[in-house]
Write a protein that binds this ligand. Structure first.
Ligand SMILES: [Zn+2]
Length: 225
């Protein structure tokens, strides 16, 4: 009886897209296998799923799929599980003494829902106020991309981006807003094509109403070139 009720709770948790921790839950032995070894194992697993579904893998079109999916999992869409792929922490001194808010908006987010393994597609808006250290603008995009390339929960992704930038910049004054569509909501289940999910994390000065307002106003700016 107990096992059954636990199973139901876990199923409901995933269906409701509830995350359980701000760190990606990883096994202690996560990196004992090389990328190549992982691809070999996952390839067989994907083949097994496809064959179980009744697909004929001798067909030319399907033959290469298990290997293609395995490589894509390990090297691309879940590549951000590998700490070696984390963007390097190079920073610069703030030579211009620019002490205002810097906002990098409309950063493309491609991630994957960890409950259904379906895509999350959206935009991240990231801001910080320098306390003497700055990062290259593309670094912010790379940090978003690194944490997005994991099985994710949008709330956790938002927090991970803020925490990483706080570490790199040595300041609490970092904020992130993500607006994204979850294909598990849009294309199956409730099938709501229009809905998107907004999450936010405000650190340091961004907890103050005025600073937060300024950031949110910048995001609203309609940038056209
Ligand atoms: Zn989902």
């Amino acid at each position: 009886m107990k096992i059954e009720s636990d199973f139901n709770d876990i199923d409901a948790l995933g269906d409701d897209h509830v995350g359980t921790s701000s760190d990606t839950p990883m096994r202690a032995d996560a990196f004992k296998l090389s990328g190549k070894e992982k691809i070999d194992i996952i390839k067989d697993d994907v083949r097994h799923i496809m064959e179980t579904l009744g697909l004929d893998l001798t067909d030319d079109s399907l033959k290469g799929t298990p290997n293609r999916v395995a490589k894509m999992f390990v090297n691309e869409i879940f590549g951000g599980l590998d700490p070696e792929k984390k963007p390097s922490a190079s920073t610069f001194d703030n030579k211009y003494k620019y002490g205002e808010m810097l906002v990098e908006k409309n950063i493309t987010v491609y991630s994957t829902c960890e409950h259904h393994l379906l895509p999350i597609v959206g935009r991240a808006h990231v801001a910080y106020i320098s306390n003497g250290t700055v990062v290259g603008l593309s670094k912010m995009n790379r940090i978003v991309d690194y944490y997005a390339k994991r099985p994710q929960v949008q709330e956790r992704l938002t927090i991970q981006i803020v925490k990483e930038l706080q570490n790199v910049l040595g300041t609490e004054d970092v904020a992130c807003v993500i607006d994204a569509k979850h294909l598990c909501v849009n294309s199956r289940g409730i099938r709501d094509i229009e809905s998107s999910t907004v999450t936010s994390e405000f650190g340091g000065k961004f907890k103050e109403k005025e600073t937060r307002r300024e950031f949110l106003d910048y995001i609203q700016l309609d940038t056209q070139f």
